[in-house]
Design a protein around this ligand. Sequence first.
Ligand SMILES: [Cu+2]
Length: 499
Amino acid sequence: MDRFIIVLVVVLAVIAIAQLLRVYELASEIKGKREEDISEKDNHLNANLMLGFMVLFYAFFFWLSYHYAGNNYGRGPAASNVAEEARWLLNINMVIIVLVFLLCNSLLFIFAWKYYYRPDRKAHWFPHSNKLELIWTVIPSMVLAVIIILGLQTWFNVMGSEPNSIDYDTPAAEQPILVEVTAEQFAFTTRYAGLDNKLGQADYKLIGGAQKLPNPTLDSTGNMVVEDSVEIPNQVGIITTGFIDGSIEKFKGKIEALEVELRTKGDYLPDWKVSELEDKIIRNNRLMRRMVALRSEMKSDTTNFEAQAMNDFVDDTRELFLIKGRDYNFTFKSKDVIHSAFFPHFDAQMNMVPGATTYFSFTPTLTTEEMRKEMNDPNFDFVLVCNKICGGGHYGMKRKVVVGTAMDYVEWLEGKPFVSGAVFVDDFAEDGFSAQDEKLQKMLVENGLPRTKYKLTELAKEWPALGVSELEIENMLRARHQMPLVKAKKSESSDKKAE
Ligand SMILES: [Cu+2]
């Protein structure tokens, strides 16, 4: 009923307006005026309205800019070196654009106001001017050239260094840290380059496999026994002999199962099903042969990809940890469709393309804590989001990014397993690093096996790229367990530095 009344009111209003216009026209006709006659008064009114519109238009424009672009479109202060540069660049562009916008629109409206039609005035005939053409070609070109040159400088800062082009001769603590981000529907998996700051090689064919690693312990008599093995999944296709062996096993199993199916049911199955099974066997055989070839390549590998890969660590938790003030070289990959890694607060974004590797670098300049203060929001967190509509769960790819100090990172690393299965443990915790562990780790090294446990304090030496000292880690752990801080060692460590 309500709707009917609304429609009725609208229809009646339209009819009423039409009738009013008709009355106005008739009245004009009676006065002896023709419909197309426009008085000087009308023109003057329209000219003034033009000027009024300009003022309102500008007021609205500045209000919108203030309201929506304030606080960097809600992203807060620049949290990376790239963001600082990009925003400076954006501001320069905006200044130029707004100046031109004001100039052009002012001319447009002021001309309409000033030169409204008057019957006694004739327009000036002005067909062409080379001088004017030159001015409005050369000046914008020069401005454009400046914008492009400045933009290219920033672009090369972001994209200039390929992720693996690190100069390993520079002090480790000054080298960029390598992080690989792999996207899939619908998650990001990150891989950190680990102790040597070198990412091991990867091959998509190994994704989804696993490697079995021995899990050695000491028995009561102090002998090393390998009771069972730990299985480490391969989420991003890292190449190690263990993963290749796991993959070969997987293919062997698949082929065997297919052959059994073909042998036992082959007589009863339709022809198309039989040839499908045969195709599958051929395909799996081919993939397995590639794995075997890769395995033999690994044997003759002189760059030691295996060692580079074993100390990487893969993290599929919902957190990405970055150290404030350190350069990061990111590598991006995708397992399925095109995704896009977008760090809104760092002003960094890169497409993640299946079959290709993309990259960029940036340096976080504010920690999460500092940003929370700046934003006046105690719950603020940096994020990494996917910025390509990649499917139904696209929104769910969002990941928290934490920026902290190198020491925060050390704490965060505790218990995270490396590709080799090794974990870092709190030296002073009860279940941390016992005398038993000490002995076992020594035996492992003697037998050429990968270690399974490291003390957190060993990080300082094992992972020079972190740029933290053993004393700092030890003091952090002592503070955690409320043990007195060590001061005696300080002189010793500074002596070392002096050397
Ligand atoms: Cu995505």
